[in-house]
Ligand binder design. Structure first.
Ligand code: AHM
Ligand code: MG
Length: 336
């Protein structure tokens, strides 16, 4: 019988240890990350039994807690919003599920220095077919005055201002990966103790990889430069070691997570049908761009570094290209 290593750091231990290296830190960011970890565990429980919903009760029926059975993405949104509202670090949130941002108006929240944006359950269309889905989040220091209520300006900061960003992947195992400027670290949920444990310290994205991820069905709708690059990926090529392998499951968290660890490039280019792309700048592109850059990779919208884009709307869409530095530079050369 192999013994489980219980010496690994849990998410809470890790964030507290990080604090010890920064005597001036207030612990607010650590507390916010712990809140997110808690919401993630609750969402994980529900995602894991998604297939049982039909046999255990139809939508519209009442669950054990006496609540209506809700769609999982609404459930996830409520969990993340709830922990952050009741925590001590977050002045307000914006979510892909909500039309507008929510500024918390209690005294503790008004005196908190961070705001958080998230896509509570990305790829939720994949739930029915048992494919990995995820949560994506992004944390900024507010620009409005502490002690007042958060404002739109707090949520419309360019991605370069992110203090932290991360994602949770509900997959064959559940993982929480987050980045601060100091590094990207991955934690795997150990269901036997209900804790996220440090399993992937200091993640670095390989400079080159063999994987390209794109929706090939849209090929003829992409700009010429994108089509040219995709064809380069398909060719044998001495300099890039091609042909590459195409992998695209249509669940961004799973696709980008794999490419981050193995090396690769993920693309959701603008199409003639969707000239501004599909993915949302604030909830999807910015957090992954931040994580990729901290891990040594790159992210652009096709013209510009994602993190430099100044948002004008909460739900703004963007073309998105992210991945290994060397592959991104190959792409950029084709798009010039
Ligand atoms: P969603 O936020 O509505 O779930 O859409 C985002 C998802 C991403 O996870 C994925 O990369 C993309 O949509 C797939 O789109 P497509 O099916 O057009 O390739
Ligand atoms: Mg989404």
């Amino acid at each position: 019988m192999s013994l489980i290593n219980r010496k690994v750091l849990t998410l809470d231990e890790f964030t507290i240890q990080q604090l010890r290296n920064f005597p001036k830190a207030t612990g607010e960011l650590s507390s916010l990350l712990r809140d997110i970890g808690l919401a993630a565990k609750r969402v994980n429980v529900e995602v894991n039994k998604a297939g049982l919903v039909d046999i255990l009760g139809d939508a519209g029926s009442i669950n054990v807690q006496g609540e209506d059975v809700k769609k999982l993405d609404i459930f996830a949104n409520n969990q993340f919003t709830g922990v952050l509202q009741h925590g001590i670090s977050c002045a307000g949130i914006a979510s892909e599920e909500l039309d507008d941002f929510v500024a918390f108006d209690d005294d503790v929240s008004k005196n908190s220095k961070y705001i958080c944006l998230y896509d509570p359950l990305d790829g939720s269309g994949n739930i029915d077919v048992n494919i990995s889905i995820g949560t994506i989040f992004s944390v900024y220091r507010r620009v409005s005055e502490i002690g007042t209520i958060a404002t739109a300006a707090d949520f419309l900061q360019p991605g370069v201002k992110q203090v932290a960003a991360g994602y949770i992947i509900y997959g064959s195992s559940t993982m929480l990966v987050y980045a601060t400027r100091r590094g990207v670290n991955g934690f795997t949920l150990d269901p036997s103790i209900g804790e996220f444990c440090l399993s992937h310290p200091n993640i670095q994205c390989p400079e080159f990889g063999k994987i390209y991820s794109v929706n090939h069905g849209n090929f003829f709708q992409y700009a010429q430069g994108v089509q040219d690059y995709i064809q380069t990926c398909q060719r044998k090529n001495k300099t890039n070691g091609g042909p590459y392998t195409q992998r695209y499951i249509g669940s961004m968290v799973a696709d980008v997570h794999r490419n981050l660890l193995k090396g690769g490039i993920f693309m959701y280019p603008p199409t003639t049908d969707k000239p501004n792309g599909k993915l949302r700048l604030l909830y999807e592109c910015n957090p992954f761009a931040f994580i990729a850059e901290v891990a040594g990779g790159k992210a652009t919208n096709g013209q510009q570094r994602i993190l430099d884009v100044v948002p004008t709307e909460l739900h703004q869409r963007s073309g998105f290209f992210v991945g290994s530095k060397g592959m991104m530079e190959e792409l950029e050369a084709h798009m010039k």
